[in-house]
Design a protein around this ligand. Structure first.
Ligand code: BG6
Length: 320
C-alpha cells in the first residue's frame, strides 16, 4: 500500500518547535521553545529584558526608565556610539550628547534568523535566534545629522541561545571621508545584592578612575568589591579572558562576559548619592541591584576608512 503520508515521510525538522518572534509597540520579543526570551526596543536598539528558561531576569532596568523614546533607556543594554562619555571639544563628535546618538535614535528591525539559517546542526532544544537592527545617517534626527555628518551604517545583532546572549555591532563607513568612533555596550546586569558580588580578571590592569578625574590606577584586587561610587575604564584587556561577576558565597560566576574586538571594559555603579541624583533611576535603593560591565572600545578612537567596516561584540553567559 502506498502510504506517502506515513509519519516517516514527514521531514524530521517539522516537528521541532521553533523560536517565536513578535514585533509590536516598537519592540521585538523573541522566545526560544525552551523558555528563554529577549526583548529589544527599537529606540536605541536597547535590549530591555533577557530572561532565562526559569523566568529569571538577567538585566537591570530602572523602574523610572523612560520607555517612550523621550530619553535613553536607563537599563538593559544601551548602545553607545560614536562617542563614549562627554564628547571632547575639538573633535568631530563635539556637538553630540554624552554617549552619542545610537541610544537615542529609532532603529529599524531588519529581521530574524533562526538556528537553521545560522548554520547550526539543530537538535531539539538546541535553538538560537538572531535579531538584526539597523541605523544609518538618513535615519537620524536633523540635529544629529548636522552634528555628525558622516555616512555610516550600523547593524546590531542580538543572538539568544540557551547558553547566553550575544550582542555585536558592525560599523560601516558608507561615505567618502574617514571617521573616528568609540563604541560601548552599556550592559546593566541584574544582581540581588551588590555587596555579595565581586568582579574578577581585572587584577594588575590599568584603569582610568572617572570618580578621581580620570587618574590612572592599577587594579590591585583579584576580586573587585563595589562598596562606593565606581566608574572605571579598564584598558587593553584580552577580550578572550572573561570578565566574571561572581558571588561571594560560592565564588562562582553569576555572569561571564567575553568580547570580540572590544578591549576596554567600564565598571560602573552610581552608588547612593549619584543614584538619587538621576531622575530616571529608581527606586533610590536600586543601585544595590545592578552592576554595569560595559564592553567597549573607548580608551582611544577607531578610525574607519571610507568603504571599510568594523565589527565587535560581547557574549554574556549567565549562571545556569
Ligand atoms: C558610564 C560612564 O558608562 O555611564 C559614567 O562611565 C556615566 O561616567 C554612566 O555616569 C551613565 O551615563 P548616562 O549618560 O547614561 O547617565
Amino acid at each position: 500500500m502506498d502510504r506517502s503520508n506515513k509519519p516517516s515521510a514527514i521531514g524530521v525538522g517539522a516537528s521541532i518547535p521553533q523560536p517565536t518572534v513578535n514585533f509590536h509597540d516598537n519592540k521585538v520579543q523573541a522566545t526560544l521553545p525552551t523558555g528563554e526570551s529577549v526583548t529589544v526596543h527599537l529606540y536605541g536598539a536597547t535590549v530591555t529584558s533577557w530572561k532565562l528558561a526559569n523566568g529569571k531576569e538577567q538585566l537591570f532596568v530602572s523602574e523610572k526608565a523612560h520607555l517612550d523614546g523621550s530619553k535613553p533607556i536607563r537599563g538593559g543594554i544601551p548602545v553607545v556610539f560614536p562617542v563614549f562619555g562627554p564628547p571632547p571639544s575639538n573633535h568631530a563628535t563635539s556637538s553630540l550628547p554624552q554617549h552619542g546618538f545610537a541610544r537615542n535614535s529609532n532603529w529599524e528591525f531588519l529581521g530574524k534568523s533562526s538556528s537553521e539559517s545560522l548554520g547550526k546542526d539543530r537538535k531539539e532544544g538546541d535553538d538560537a535566534v538572531k535579531l538584526d537592527f539597523g541605523l544609518s545617517h538618513p535615519m537620524l534626527s536633523e540635529e544629529f545629522q548636522k552634528a555628525w555628518p558622516y555616512q555610516f551604517g550600523l547593524v546590531y545583532s542580538v543572538t539568544l541561545t540557551k547558553e547566553g546572549l550575544e550582542t555585536s555591532l558592525q560599523v560601516q563607513n558608507k561615505g567618502e571621508q574617514n571617521f573616528e568612533f568609540q563604541v560601548l555596550l552599556h550592559t546593566y546586569l541584574s544582581v540581588e545584592d551588590i555587596s555579595q558580588v565581586r568582579v574578577k580578571n581585572l587584577q594588575s590592569k590599568e584603569y582610568a578612575d572617572k570618580t578621581q578625574g580620570g587618574a590612572v590606577q592599577t587594579e590591585a584586587s583579584s576580586a573587585v568589591e563595589i562598596d562606593k561610587e565606581t566608574d572605571r575604564v579598564y584598558k587593553s584587556l584580552d577580550p578572550k579572558v572573561p570578565i566574571e561577576v561572581t558571588t561571594v558565597s560560592d565564588d562562582k560566576p553569576l555572569f561571564s562576559v567575553t568580547r570580540e574586538a572590544l578591549t576596554d571594559v567600564v565598571v560602573w555603579n552610581p552608588w547612593i548619592e549619584k543614584a538619587k541624583g538621576m531622575a530616571d533611576f529608581g527606586p533610590d535603593e536600586a543601585y544595590k541591584n545592578m552592576i554595569c560591565v560595559e564592553a567597549g572600545s573607548v580608551a582611544g578612537w577607531q578610525t574607519l576608512e571610507a568603504g571599510e567596516s568594523w565589527e565587535g561584540g560581547q557574549t554574556i553567559r549567565p549562571r545556569l
